[in-house]
Design a protein around this ligand. Sequence first.
Ligand SMILES: Cc1ncc(COP(=O)(O)O)c(C=O)c1O
Length: 369
Amino acid sequence: MTGDGTRAVHAGLPEPVPGRPFLPNPAFGAPYHLDPVAGPRLGVDGYGRTDNATWRALETAIGALEDGECVTFASGMAAISAVLLSVLRPGDTVVVPADGYYKTRAFASSHLTERGVTVLEVPTAGPYPALDTVRLLLVETPANPGLDVCDIAELAAQVHAGGGLVAVDNTTATPLGQRPLDLGADFSVASGTKALTGHSDILLGYVCTRDPERAAALTAWRGATGAVVGPFEAWLAHRSIGTLDLRLARQSANAAAVAEVLAAHPAVLSVRWPGRREDPAYQVASRQMRRIPGVVTFTLADRGAAERFLEAAELVFAATSFGGLHTSADRRAQWGDATPEGLIRFSCGVEDTDDLVADVHRALDAIKD
Ligand SMILES: Cc1ncc(COP(=O)(O)O)c(C=O)c1O
């Protein structure tokens, strides 16, 4: 296999054709021309809710990185809900992360519970209940925002022993950071809104699987619900994936430096970054991940301290996403996450490490002023 940078740059590109661009332009079309006599035909694009060449190119690219068949969706939540609703039936049990993205939990506890599905919330680091009666285990590793990590292969073996399925939310890791399908997961599902595309300008979701029937079921689900990504967003996403390796490398290096600054500062009560040897997730993360992402989570004394930090930092945008080019930070309790009031999810961008470290230092020192 070629290196990550090479794979990211070439993923999903067609064979070179003289006079054509490297990445084909977005295919805009609601209806496409039909053959007046033969009408709709398999393999010929007919309508934009089910057929789009720009999606197909993007799906080839993401599928190459995840090593599975990819189905794109309008957003991460569209992708996650597609897996949950297309797999689960009344009477089934699903396990979702108690400490993962709060909207996934909210979706499960409302829409799945009212459909007769039993929803168990389990912390990413465990302990897990017996998994042999579970229809679907959805894990998020590393979990957002706490950054705990679980052993995908071990959990998948337990779920598969009972005939259940495993989905891994790969948003934070990205396919260059972790390959859930290689580790035994049945689905790798993610928000491509974050580090995968990394420019803070599009919403995207996807699901990858190695089972053609499940891929076909997800494609049918997307066509029926209309949870499609627009061609321009799909094209931007594909264009952005070319720099994924470079962006992740800088983000990860920045996170390593920022985590050390945070760990050494008296204003910081605790810091989580699975790449630090002292981190509780370090052992499992180093075993199963190919690289550690640029998100660091830390806790300050209280809400006031977090707000003063966010105000004082000049290079850090207050924003509620992560994985982008620009360093951003979010006090998670303001969104209803069950986290301490002073907890900040800090997403390192691709700024120069020295500049970012100096800015974080300054902002931490400003907390006590
Ligand atoms: C881990 C995780 N999964 C899924 C989502 C949902 O993604 P989207 O906002 O693209 O719907 C998010 C959003 O923050 C997330 O952090």
